[in-house]
Design a protein around this ligand. Structure first.
Ligand code: BGC
Length: 770
């Protein structure tokens, strides 16, 4: 296979000298769902003066930190979890004559960086100048393998420009707890770090480490091999220094203009309980070594590039008529694929594997904003993400019981290992909607894939236990003389309000959750599932009653859904009068200065309109939009893409396009000014939703798939593939026509503006005007 670079798949930023180094570290990360490596300055390693935030993150590898409270009430989480920052595999030490990059300041300038999203290869050129003015070009190629999740490859080439000297390269990683430069006191950046210990595993002919965490008692093994050089290239030799630190080095006489290459393949292990990792470290090392032995940097790169090609074949979105948006959207899909855990025991951190912002935690972001992309384009991966929730269901049940509820599961608002990790519980744990979000995502996966086996074996249990949570947390009560089911003291998606009664979004999601539990209990009435899960007819009747009587605050006069019960009593904040320097508001105001106003950090009630597009009269959607849009700051990056969808549905096409084009560029254009802390994975997924749910107008429910496209006037067409019930369909949407082509599968019916279209193997392409 040859690697051909197609220009529309390159992230090739210009004027690198004027770009913030930390932003570049994030944008040019490479990852594969198991590991992620920031694009650090390769000569800096653990240097304290380094203004950077380098690191290797392994999905699910974390440590605990104490949370200290002024007043710690019962059931407040004792610990915070934080993803560990391991040693930077990009690090290399270079000695030239008597100058040493580890002790002398080598000036490293970015000359060129290109991320080829088609192959996952990052290609960089640095110009390095020593204090004595020796200069060389350092070319680095690196990738995180998609074909072998444990493998990371890096290749260095050294080209002296103005000297002939002896050069030594040294590759030793003898530190963890990487020093980082903290920029500010942003609450969204996790300031705490895990405490790890690094032990060299006894001399086995290549550098191997055991990294263990003090508090979470996890262990991980890491090993690497040097690629073999052929003459006349200098050999790379294994060595041990006086501190019994193992590594590789190579010494040679470098002539100006000459180019020497050194390649390394890392195998970065899975996470084990500490005792196992210690006991079986030799076995684990040799198992890991199998991934990188008898192979080369190039063949691993090729194998990985092939998987990237398959990814794009099924998951690309092609926009004709908007190159800037096209590039950003591809970047977003690329990053999503780099971030998603694939082992059923990890999910997608809010910052992907590109930083320790938000502690590396998983939130509702996965289920509501990223799962649609995966369920529609990579259902196998989507299932693995849902399995993470299944495997942590017991923890969620334990949490509900410790909290004092008799039944049900209470999923953590933010977590790595399943346990709650939000110390600010008002805008954290109280976001109980996470439970219904997960159930919603199970149903969405099922309606898209038709995977009944998953539903029966795993999905229904999640749906049932989360429905049980609502029955426990909420209660029946009378409001204005009428019986209702109410859910009080919750925080909805909008984090500029907290601990409210009857948040519309939460209640409508809980209602859906309860209805799912009832629907499948009826459907599975002849199965053993119900008795296995101890479901009684009475319990199901109560769930049905609660769903039917769910209180959904609504203002009949204004024809709007109300964010929560007393929301209308609050004064409206005129956000157009707030000084621009005060955004995001959360960094400048005490929460109580926000909770007392009608002001939204992000789409809240509007989320209900988006997730349940059917059955809402357009006038009502319009009224919601006009009421909430002026008070929404979009301080959360999850917001604008949602408003783009809402605007498109109510016919505000200009606004829809504007919101979308800002949302899609969140990271590439650094529009929230904090991409340096990591990508905004939820926002990247939300942008895909903007195209597919917004402009293509795709709606799916248990009965059928439909689309009502409204293409932005600047675009000639959009093209994407979706997998619907095992059928892969290619949709090409023009300004007034849709083409649907069956790429594989037995055939499926789709509705285009209520017109029924059927694609079948014998009649695989249909054109439908609208
Ligand atoms: C948002 C949450 C989100 C979290 C992680 C917060 O700023 O308000 O909705 O889950 O970021 O992305």
């Amino acid at each position: 296979m040859r690697i051909e670079q197609s220009p529309e798949f390159q992230i090739h930023l210009q004027n690198l000298r004027h770009k913030e180094p930390l932003y570049l570290e994030t944008i040019y990360n490479v990852g594969n769902g198991h590991l992620g490596v920031r694009d650090s300055n390769p000569l800096q390693g653990n240097n304290l003066d380094y203004i950077g935030s380098p690191g290797l993150f392994v999905n699910g590898f974390f440590d605990y930190n104490d949370v200290s409270y002024g007043e710690k009430y019962t059931e407040y989480p004792e610990n915070d979890q934080v993803i560990n920052r391991l040693c930077d595999p990009r690090y290399i030490r270079i000695k030239i004559a008597d100058e040493d990059s580890a002790t002398d300041h080598f000036q490293v300038d970015n000359i060129d960086k290109n991320l080829d999203m088609q192959t996952g290869l990052l290609h960089e050129i640095f110009s390095v100048t020593t204090p004595e003015n020796r200069n060389f070009n350092l070319v680095i190629e690196s990738f995180a393998s998609l074909s072998k999740q444990n493998v990371y490859g890096i290749k260095y080439s050294i080209i002296p420009t103005n000297f002939d000297e002896e050069v030594e390269i040294i590759k030793v990683h003898d530190y963890i707890n990487q020093q980082t430069h903290q920029q500010n006191e942003d609450v969204r950046v996790n300031q705490s770090v895990g405490q790890m210990q690094l032990d060299f595993i006894h001399d086995n002919g290549q550098p191997s480490y055991l990294v263990t965490t003090f508090r979470s008692q996890q262990g991980l093994i890491l090993t690497y091999q040097a690629g073999e050089n052929k003459l006349p290239d200098p050999p790379i030799e294994y060595f041990m220094d006086e501190d019994r630190h193992y590594g590789y080095h190579s010494k040679y006489f470098a002539k100006r203009g000459s180019q020497k290459e050194f390649s390394f393949l890392f195998a970065i292990g899975d996470i084990h309980p500490l005792v196992n990792a210690q006991m079986y470290s030799d076995q684990y090392v040799s198992a890991l070594d199998n991934y990188i032995r008898d192979t080369t940097f190039r063949s691993e790169l090729m194998a990985s590039a092939q998987v990237w090609q398959t990814f794009w074949l099924h998951s690309d979105v092609v926009i004709d008529g908007d190159p800037a948006i096209q590039q950003s959207l591809r970047f977003n899909l690329f990053e999503l694929n780099q971030s998603a855990g694939r082992d059923e025991y990890t999910s997608i951190p809010a910052k992907g594997l590109t930083g320790n912002g938000y502690g590396g935690h998983f939130f509702w972001d996965t289920e509501i904003f990223m799962m649609p992309f995966f369920s529609y384009t990579q259902p196998k991966l989507a299932k693995k993400l849902l399995m993470f929730r299944y495997h942590t269901l017991q923890i969620a049940k334990e949490q509900a019981s410790e909290f004092g509820l008799k039944k049900g599961a209470m999923y953590a608002w933010r977590t790595i290992n399943g346990y709650e990790s939000s110390s600010y519980w008002l805008a954290g744990m109280a976001q109980f909607h996470i439970n219904a979000d997960i159930a919603f995502s199970v149903e969405q996966y099922y309606t898209i894939t038709g995977d009944e086996e998953f539903l029966k074996k795993y999905g229904y249990e999640i749906i049932l236990e989360t429905a049980r949570f609502w029955m426990q947390y909420g209660n029946f009560a009378e409001i204005n003389g009428k019986q209702h089911f109410v859910i009080n003291k919750v925080t909805g998606p909008d984090e500029y309000s907290a601990l409210v009664d009857n948040n519309y979004y939460t209640n409508v999601m809980a209602q859906f959750n309860l209805r799912l539990a009832v629907k499948y209990a009826t459907q599975f009435s002849n199965d053993d599932i119900l008795s296995q899960l101890n479901v009684s007819g009475k319990e199901i009747d109560q769930m049905k009653e609660a769903a039917d009587l769910m209180y959904l605050p609504f203002d009949k006069e204004k024809n709007i859904k109300i964010q929560y019960q007393d929301f209308e009593q609050l004064p409206r904040m005129d956000i157009s009068k707030v000084d621009q320097s005060k955004f995001p508001l959360l960094l400048h105001y005490h929460p109580l200065m926000l909770y007392r106003y009608q002001v939204n950090k992000q789409a809240d009630t509007i989320m209900a309109d988006i997730l349940f597009p059917l059955g809402n009269p357009i006038e009502e959607l319009k009224a919601d939009y006009e009421f909430y849009e002026p008070i929404t700051t979009h301080d959360s990056s999850l917001s604008k893409a949602m408003y783009a969808i809402a605007a498109s549905r109510v016919g505000k096409h200009r606004q829809s396009y504007d919101f979308f084009s800002q949302a899609v560029k969140t990271d590439l254009m650094n529009s929230h000014h904090n991409t340096q802390n990591g990508i905004h994975a939820g926002s990247l997924g939300a942008a895909w939703m903007g195209v597919v749910y917004g402009f293509a107008g795709i709606v799916n429910n248990a009965k059928h798939f439909s689309l009502e496209p409204k293409l932005p006037s600047a675009w000639n067409s959009i093209k994407f593939k979706l997998r619907l019930h095992g059928n892969e369909c290619l949709f090409t949407i023009y300004q007034d026509e849709v083409q649907i082509e069956l790429m594989s599968g037995k055939g499926i019916e789709v509705y285009v503006y209520n017109k029924r279209v059927k694609v079948e193997p014998e009649n695989s392409k249909m054109v439908c005007e609208y």
